[in-house]
Design a protein around this ligand. Structure first.
Ligand code: GLP
Length: 234
């Protein structure tokens, strides 16, 4: 794993934006795996501000809640449009389909990723319990796109985006760990002191399904970009 420590959240966002723009320059028809949450907001802002040519780029988001209408303000569909897709032109943008039959939607998503010959550059964030996308502790390293039950910790952490804890969906569609590990390159973004403990486990701990992101130690082309607060314990 290559580790890069940045001074703060702003420089982390700049660094990741530069890397993504560079990869698109090298391969204008790049397929990129995208994420939601607080961490990538700075990156998306940088991309929107600098308006690189992404007209050949196809994106696949890693997850979406189930049980929320697509247009609800808390859906990842809404988040991605608000923060990125409405302000920067791509070739195509895919997000797991939360309306309709979820199992069919999982199969369709895997197929779609294959149709595009897999993911060139996968961006990832890490949840406080070590989840990547919505692959919660205990998820098999071989998993493909599937319906996930959210852990209590994740529901708690994500309740900050909802009126109350009860409003947080209990299930989501997520790209599986096996699918994520097939990406040709992975860049992980982690910021803030609250992630320091989990970062230590992800980078230095044993590879275990108890810490889903630890599987990244087995990938040959991973860069973890942390700010100083998140890197405190490594
Ligand atoms: C969410 C998302 C993940 C994201 C993670 C971290 O639950 N499903 O894809 O990486 O939590 O989010 P944040 O950046 O807000 O800490």
């Amino acid at each position: 794993m290559k580790i890069i420590i940045e001074e703060n959240y702003d420089s982390l966002s700049d660094r990741v934006a530069d890397l993504v723009i560079e990869r698109v320059k090298e391969k204008p028809n790049l397929t990129v795996g995208l994420i939601t949450g607080s961490t990538p907001i700075g990156l998306y802002k940088r991309l929107v501000d600098s308006q690189p040519d992404f007209s050949g780029v196809t994106s696949f988001n890693v997850d979406e809640y189930l049980g929320l209408p697509k247009n609800s303000p808390q859906s990842y569909y809404h988040f991605m449009h608000e923060n990125l897709f409405d302000h920067l032109d791509f070739n195509q943008n895919f997000i797991p389909e939360s309306e309709g039959d979820p199992l069919q939607s999982c199969r369709d998503y895997e197929k779609k990723i294959k149709d595009f010959k897999g993911i060139d550059l996968q961006l990832l964030g890490v949840g406080r319990n070590g989840h990547i996308a919505f692959n919660e502790p205990g998820t098999s390293f071989d998993s493909r796109t599937h319906v996930a039950n959210l852990s209590e910790k994740t529901i708690e952490a994500n309740s900050r985006f909802f009126k109350s804890r009860e409003d947080v969906p209990k299930r989501a569609i997520t790209v599986g760990l096996g699918t994520l590990m097939e990406a040709r390159e992975i860049i992980v973004l982690v910021a803030g002191e609250k992630k320091a403990d989990i970062c230590r486990k992800v980078i230095k701990g044993p590879v275990t399904t108890d810490v889903p992101a630890s599987v990244l130690q087995r990938h040959g082309n991973v860069t973890i970009i942390l700010d100083k607060d998140a890197a405190k314990l490594i």
